[in-house]
Design a protein around this ligand. Structure first.
Ligand code: FAD
Length: 492
């Protein structure tokens, strides 16, 4: 029986370990953290999955549950096709994403959702991401994703728990507090890994140890000095160990190393701890209000489209502002909804007048009043602004119903975009596009899919699709003669 070592017990690692084991391999899953740290970033995530579907039957084949008030006999869900998914990813990367990874993610997404369900993960239609009941019909906008069941930002942990149980049940050996420190390559082939406990021989090694967002030095080097002290939204253990070990073993790098996923967060929020503790909620209400910097000026289109397609760039926009801070402003049209759905436990500042609010948040009152006046005058009946720079393209309604409300926001780093170069089946490739024999990778440890922007739900989907693929390939590849599989065309 082949031995596959998987490094990192997040979603991509659990998917890889289960898939390798179910393909017939003996599997050792190494995790740097303790049992309490299982799940990596997924444990802190909102549990949104973006996948393709042809219509309501595909959705109800996965999601049997509805949030309260959403049980509906009829579902209106226009198709979200593989082509639409791939086009969206391509557009968000300005055409830079590896087309083979994009197409694979889109094409395998639905079957992978069913695979996750088979392993015990439960999904629900979720109001916050767009599904709504109107006239007795549940209406799901195309590509408005399902979430795992559970509450708020701990929904992602509900994905991890059943997978961990399943991995245990089928005999995956999990070694906690056992970080991979290096990949061993002899005579061209990967033959094992180094851990703190010594060398562990393996027929195949799968790197699923996440991005480098938790390493201060790598952040400084690749994202820039402004990111050294940034708040982390997820695991503190994704310090790029696996990426660096794979590169040392001959894998090539891919994707943009100077960009990342970063949302607006409350500066007072504590960093997340162990996986089971619910992490703080991000400030996703920006699209319902106005975002200003500490000088009282707007600096970004708050409503270029649905929030799930835009929140990952708000942190980066805030990072470019003086003092790297911003304020999300609302009035009584939207404040209750923001507090209810988009602000978690963040404490808003409230004042009956705009100058009063400016004084409380430390922004120049004259400028804040001017900014809001200009914004209000620019709002049209179609709820977009006209003649304003930057524009607010949608959900633009005047801020004129006091009391006014502000949330203090800073950037929170979710994950980095650069990593190991892979093919669609999870093989690690060298810089010429040739597979490194015995080496595989998946999830945030890999690059080539996300560049400037990111559609919500595509990261958990990527971890599951490519984790599953890498595990299966790792468990079958070594048996086939190298010439059959090693050469892989260079990605565009
Ligand atoms: C707050 C937050 C909300 C999010 N919400 C969503 C969402 O709703 N939808 C979505 O699609 N995506 C979301 N994401 C992103 C998504 O969670 C991740 O992209 C995905 O879970 C990454 O999984 P991974 O397994 O590749 O990496 P990780 O989750 O980072 O897992 C890596 C694992 O490897 C371990 N490890 C690290 N170094 C080593 C080593 N040397 N040896 C062994 N193990 C090691 C880590 O401890 C960790 O367990 C969110 C992320 C965060 C932080």
């Amino acid at each position: 029986m082949l031995t596959v070592v998987v490094a990192g017990a997040g979603l991509s690692g659990l998917a890889a370990a289960i898939s390798a084991r179910e393909t017939g391999a003996s599997v050792v899953l190494l995790e740097k953290g303790k049992r309490d740290d299982v799940g990596g970033n997924a444990a802190f995530s909102g549990g949104l999955f973006l996948f393709r579907y042809d219509g309501p039957d595909d959705l109800t084949s996965i999601a049997e549950e509805f949030e309260p008030g959403m049980r509906a006999g009829k579902i209106d869900a226009p198709a979200y096709t593989s082509e639409a998914y791939a086009a969206e990813l391509m557009a968000m990367s300005d055409g830079r994403a590896d087309p083979r990874l994009v197409e694979t993610l889109a094409a395998r997404s639905l079957e992978t959702m069913r695979w996750l369900k088979e392993k015990g993960v439960r999904f629900t239609f979720n109001r916050t991401v767009g599904a709504r009941v109107r006239d007795g019909v549940l209406r799901v906008p195309p590509g408005q994703i399902l979430t795992s069941t559970g509450e708020g930002m701990s929904r992602g942990f509900e994905v991890i728990k059943p997978l961990l149980r399943h991995a245990d049940r089928i005999g995956v050996e999990i070694r906690w507090s056992t970080p991979l420190t290096d990949v061993v390559r002899e005579n061209g082939r990967v033959t094992g890994v180094m851990t703190g406990d010594g060398t562990l021989p393996a027929d195949a090694v799968v790197i699923t140890s996440g991005g480098f967002q938790a390493d201060r030095e790598l952040r400084r080097r690749h994202l820039g000095p402004a990111w050294e002290d940034v708040k982390l939204r997820g695991t503190r253990l994704a310090t790029g160990d696996g990426i660096m070990a794979a590169l040392r073993a001959g894998a090539g790098d891919a994707g943009t190393w100077s960009s990342c996923h970063s949302a607006a967060v409350d500066p007072t929020m504590p960093s997340p701890g162990r996986s089971e503790a619910s992490p703080p909620f991000p400030l996703h209400g920006f699209w319902l209000g106005v975002l200003v910097n500490r000088d009282g000026e707007r600096f970004v289109d708050e409503g270029p489209g649905p929030w799930v397609k835009n929140y990952s760039k708000m942190g980066k926009a805030i990072m470019r502002q003086p003092g790297r801070v911003a304020y999300e402003l609302f009035d009584q049209r939207t404040a209750a909804r923001v507090a209810d759905e988009f602000a978690g436990s963040a404490i808003p500042v409230t004042a009956p007048t705009l100058p009063g609010l400016a004084a409380r948040i430390g922004v120049p009152a004259g400028q804040l009043v001017r900014t809001v006046d200009e914004f209000n005058r620019a709002c049209t009946d179609e709820e977009r602004t006209t003649g304003l720079t930057p524009a607010k393209s949608a959900w633009a309604t005047p801020l004129d119903r006091p009391p006014f409300v502000a949330y203090h926001a800073v950037a929170g780093l979710t994950f980095t975009f650069g990593g190991v170069r892979i093919d669609p089946d999870g093989r690690a490739l060298d810089s010429d596009g040739v597979a490194v024999p015995g080496l595989y990778a998946a999830g945030e440890a890999t690059g080539g899919l996300f560049y400037g922007d990111y559609p919500g739900g595509a990261a958990l989907m990527r971890a599951a699709v490519f984790g599953r693929a890498a595990g299966k390939t790792a468990a079958t590849d070594p048996a086939t003669p190298p010439s059959d599989h090693l050469r892989s065309p260079r990605a565009g």
